[in-house]
Design a protein. Structure first.
Length: 428
């Protein structure tokens, strides 16, 4: 009878909890272990596997790119790669730890994380703590270790934008709810980076802001205004700096002979190294440009060393890995019903994939030099750590999808709803 079925359902829903409480400790441990090793969606496996492969590939290329200069400086040939590997050893467990955290956790920490990351970024302006590199004041040095606080702004900005736009979902048709507090807070965060003259990182933050707005479903006419503001801000920042204008002019100078000894030196040696590898490359470890010819050969220009040593084939493998990563991330965006997941995952994907494309475009001389690293692969512990944690957030979101890969698993609520009919049948 309907009444009996209704009364049986609560008992059935509470039965597993009661049985677990009275069960032997070993049985509870086996159940918990089963949850840890439960099937995960294909998106989870795709994102995790590509992130791990790219990280391993990056360590190999950092070792190859830095061995010669390390030996020339009288250090161990493994000194740089061991430091990078230490961050990988920390970051990979953090990635899987983050993947176990519920979506509600990321919503709760959105505001505190952004405030904390912004305060951390302000440390670069503290005398004796902040450090300048190539004209950019974006580093801090603590006990001999360097860190780049702006890398953590990327993830926290995506989380914050996702939370704010998620809370305003029904109001995004009104311009004032789109711009406030998104534009003022976003401008403040980006301003702390631009105060250190780091246009490359600031542009990535602008890209994250635009990506989150796009995936929130903001109307096109409202989306165009922030887009125009970002373009105008980037133009102003570029023309007001002699160093940036020199980079732009060297990019526009097709001949590049007149500026070889100045702003064209690095881009030319980057493209020469990339072209010198041909189809199959010179062989791992056989780069010529890394012997003091190409500056930043292990970070901003590591793709040039990759092309020189592993050729077109190696470059295509890396591009394929980033493509697979983006496919997994976009599947999470497409299948979820949770606006927060869609917006944050969109911002993270635009950040990682967009930054990779910008880095590669710089090496190919399709863009002026911006000074952004290649995610997962460039030397830089803070960058690697922030990207791996961001992947952990994507994996956390991927866990909310059904393991079978069907659309519509927009959160744990979908899994609970699917489980209810089973409980009713068990009660009968």
């Amino acid at each position: 009878m309907p009444g009996q079925q209704t009364s049986a359902t609560p008992q059935a829903s509470g039965a597993p909890e009661a049985s677990l409480e009275s069960a032997p400790r070993g049985f509870v441990a086996r159940v918990s272990l089963g949850r840890v090793f439960a099937p995960v969606p294909s998106e989870f496996l795709l994102i995790a596997s590509t992130a791990l492969i790219l990280t391993g590939f990056g360590l190999m290329m950092v070792l190859s790119a830095t061995m010669a200069t390390a030996v020339a400086d009288g250090a161990s040939p493994f000194e740089v790669v061991l430091k990078q590997a230490a961050f990988a050893v920390i970051g990979i467990p953090l990635m899987f730890l983050a993947s176990r955290l519920p979506v509600t956790f990321w919503k709760r920490i959105a505001w505190p994380a952004l405030i904390g990351a912004t305060l951390f970024q302000l440390l670069v302006f503290v005398p004796g703590l902040g450090s300048a590199n190539d004209g950019n004041r974006n580093w801090i040095v603590i006990a001999g270790f360097q860190a780049q606080p702006s890398e953590f702004l990327k993830l926290t900005l995506a989380l914050w934008l996702g939370y704010v736009l998620y809370r305003k979902q029904t109001l995004l048709g009104l311009w004032r709810h789109v711009f406030i507090p998104v534009v003022p807070v976003g401008a403040l965060v980006i301003g702390t980076v631009m105060a250190g003259h780091d246009l490359g990182t600031a542009m990535i933050l602008m890209l994250i802001l635009l990506g989150c707005l796009f995936f929130s479903g903001v109307k096109l006419r409202l989306f165009l205004i922030p887009l125009l503001l970002v373009v105008a801000a980037a133009a102003v920042f570029a023309v007001t700096s002699p160093n940036r204008m020199a980079r732009i002019m060297s990019f526009l100078d097709v001949d590049s002979v007149s500026c070889y000894d100045t702003s064209c030196y690095q881009p030319l040696h980057g493209i020469w190294g990339l072209a010198g590898g041909g189809i199959f490359g010179l062989g791992l470890g056989n780069s010529r440009e890394k012997y003091g010819w190409l500056p930043a050969q292990s970070n901003d220009y590591i793709f040039a060393i990759l092309g020189e040593e592993l050729g077109l084939i190696g470059c295509l493998v890396v591009l394929a890995l980033f493509t697979l990563f983006s496919v997994g991330a976009f599947h999470v965006i497409r299948k979820t019903h949770d606006p927060f997941i869609r917006i944050v995952a969109g911002g993270i994907t635009v950040w990682i994939v967009g930054q990779a494309l910008i880095n590669i475009a710089v090496v190919l001389r399709l863009s002026p030099v911006l000074g952004v690293p290649l995610p997962f692969m460039s030397q830089g512990g803070t960058s690697l750590l922030s990207v791996l944690i961001a992947c952990g957030v994507l994996l956390s979101f991927a866990r909310t999808l059904p393991a079978g890969g069907a659309a519509g698993g927009g959160g744990s609520g979908g899994a609970r709803a699917a489980a209810r009919p089973t409980r009713v049948r068990a009660a009968r």
